[in-house]
Design a protein around this ligand. Structure first.
Ligand code: BDR
Ligand code: CA
Length: 332
């Protein structure tokens, strides 16, 4: 009976989300480092009816770029996402050595579920070249969603500055106004490549940042898992397997009872900006601090006297976020 009710509940929400048109599709390029939560962001962006996913580029972050590219291929093969080019990008940060997060995502970057070998191939271009190519030929209507270190995006901006005015907006997962997660001061994506983050935040285009204050509200609780399981759909089941591994590492590393599903928040902020509550302020990136490198210095009280450059998220509409994400995942 409970199962039936859950099935009904999931499909009622799916109907309300998938039939809320007419709507304009957001053209999106997803730059990511899968990664468990990146994998869920891929599934979300590739399937949501209000997103037109133009490409996936991968970067070194949670694991080496070889592994993150392979993981993107595996996830897309499994979910039958075949029309989206996937390109491998930068293998290390702009100036610092590569650093990964095997403690959270395992040696493969996507430990947990056993995935078949990918049956799709990488695009021939370098990820940075693909970003440049797509942006240059666009009408200025592409939003970049970045859910890993910002190396590819910064590199593309340095290599071809003409792309900058072509970027409609950037929605990124990264940073923290308060505590970090990889050091007391810094969040992982920004800490891996602070120089890249500094370039991106100075680009002058509209940027929405979903920091830990937002993404730590997106917890994959038992209730969320139950809703996904009840759908009895292959991709929803795969996501549960991902979350089982990821939940264990989050519990071991942070003592969290339910893991935060960070990266889909940056996708959600594009589909419906009212899901992430923001304040528009100046954010600077600490690139020299001995203890604070990678910190997103959020000037909430305008002490720096500089123009605001980022819409910084401070809260998430948790229920609506999960309704949208679950409805999308169970639609596979
Ligand atoms: C970020 O770091 C990675 O481990 C996750 O994929 C997410 O993008 C959270 O700090
Ligand atoms: Ca990520």
């Amino acid at each position: 009976m409970k199962k039936m009710l859950l099935l009904w509940y999931n499909s009622a929400i799916a109907l309300s989300i998938f039939e809320r048109g007419p709507f304009v599709k957001h053209k999106v390029i997803l730059d990511c480092d899968p990664g468990h939560d990146d994998a869920i962001a891929i599934l979300f962006a590739a399937r949501h009816p209000e997103i037109d996913l133009l490409a996936i580029t991968t970067v070194a972050g949670n694991q080496t770029v070889e592994k993150t590219a392979r993981n993107a291929l595996k996830v897309c093969s499994l979910a039958n996402i075949r029309s989206v080019p996937i390109a491998k990008g930068m293998h290390r940060p702009l100036v610092r050595p590569a650093r990964h997060a095997a403690n959270i995502h395992g040696e493969s970057g996507l430990d947990g579920p056993t995935l078949p070998e990918p049956d799709i191939e990488l695009a021939p271009q370098h990820g940075v070249d693909l970003l440049i190519e797509l942006l240059l030929k666009s009408d200025g209507d592409i939003t970049l969603v970045a859910t890993g270190p910002l190396t590819n995006v910064a590199m593309a901006m340095r290599r071809e500055p003409a792309i900058i005015p072509k970027i409609k907006a950037i929605s990124l997962m990264g940073g923290a106004a308060n505590l970090g997660n990889v050091t007391p001061a810094a969040e992982f994506n920004i800490w891996v490549d602070p120089e890249a983050a500094a370039i991106v935040l100075a680009c002058g285009r509209p940027i929405t940042m979903s920091p830990l204050e937002v993404t730590h509200q997106a917890r994959a609780t038992e209730e969320v898992l139950t809703r996904l399981r009840a759908a009895q759909r292959p991709i929803a089941t795969f996501v549960c397997e991902l979350l089982a591994f990821y939940g264990k590492t989050y519990s071991a590393n942070f003592g969290f009872s339910a893991p935060p599903v960070h990266d889909p928040c940056a996708v959600a902020a594009v589909i419906d900006p009212t899901l992430v509550l923001t304040r528009t302020i100046r954010v600077e990136i600490e690139t020299t601090g001995e203890w604070t490198a990678g910190r997103t210095v959020c000037d909430v009280y305008g002490k720096l006297g500089k123009e605001p450059n980022v819409h910084v998220g401070y809260a998430l509409e948790v229920e609506r976020f999960w309704d949208m994400l679950i409805a999308t995942l169970v639609s596979y």
